[in-house]
Design a protein around this ligand. Structure first.
Ligand code: BG6
Ligand code: MG
Length: 216
């Protein structure tokens, strides 16, 4: 059976979810809003624009379009300061092993990220040449939980959605995988990601036997 893998980036491949949180937290503070870890769970997998709308709703803050754009830019500049310090040592545990297995089984693999910085982050951690296809926020109209990101990835891999396995740390991403008819592998706990079909604390724990490779 031919299967395809589709990986989220932030929080699955590297700990950039934490950098997003730090940058949003500082911006939220400037509005007098205390952004908590629980709020941050809601922001995982959510686009840059929708994240800012969510934060503003926490404090009933209204911005002009100009201020909104200015604050998006300043959050991104803050986030990029963290990214520019990153290197291959910032891969999450188990990621190098996971990619060894992907090579070993010669599996088609796509990136499916909600980030506009995906290409840059992949370059920083040295994985930009490892993907058959890259789908990110620059190429998609409807963000997660809409399945467009992953359906596009499946199409580029030329694998039917039901044979695609999506690896995600966000509730929005797990919902997107399920909405697309794919297997949803949660990188997180069942409490964080109740809708996922499987749960692991990192990519390296994934059981490749589940893919039933070679049994066709
Ligand atoms: C997602 C992250 O991958 O990308 C979100 O989970 C982030 O936290 C979103 O807001 C957009 O990222 P960027 O890099 O385009 O601001
Ligand atoms: Mg993520």
């Amino acid at each position: 059976m031919k299967v395809g893998l589709i990986l989220d980036l932030d929080g699955v491949i590297c700990d950039t979810a934490h950098y997003h949180y730090l940058a949003w937290k500082e911006l939220a503070k400037s509005y007098g809003i205390e952004l908590t870890e629980a709020h941050n769970e809601e922001l995982k997998g959510v686009s840059r624009v929708d994240s800012l709308k969510y934060i503003l709703s926490l404090g009933d803050v209204t911005l002009t379009d100009e201020q909104f754009q200015r604050d998006l830019t300043s959050k991104n500049e803050h986030y990029l300061q963290f990214v520019m310090e990153m290197g291959p040592q910032h891969l999450l545990p188990g990621v190098p092993y996971f990619f060894e297995q992907v090579n070993h089984f010669n599996l088609p693999i796509a990136l499916g990220s909600a980030s506009k910085n995906a290409q840059l982050v992949l370059e920083r951690v040295g994985l930009d040449k490892k993907f058959t296809a890259i789908v990110d926020a620059n190429t998609v109209v409807n963000g997660k939980p809409d399945p467009e990101t992953f359906l596009k990835g499946a199409e580029m891999l030329k694998i039917a959605p039901e044979f695609c396995w999506v690896f995600e740390d966000s509730a929005a991403g797990i919902a997107a995988a399920i909405n697309g008819g794919m297997k949803a592998v949660g990188i997180g706990t069942p409490e964080q990601l109740p809708a996922a079909n499987y749960h692991y604390s990192n990519l390296g724990e994934f059981d490749f036997n589940l893919l039933k490779l070679g049994r066709n």
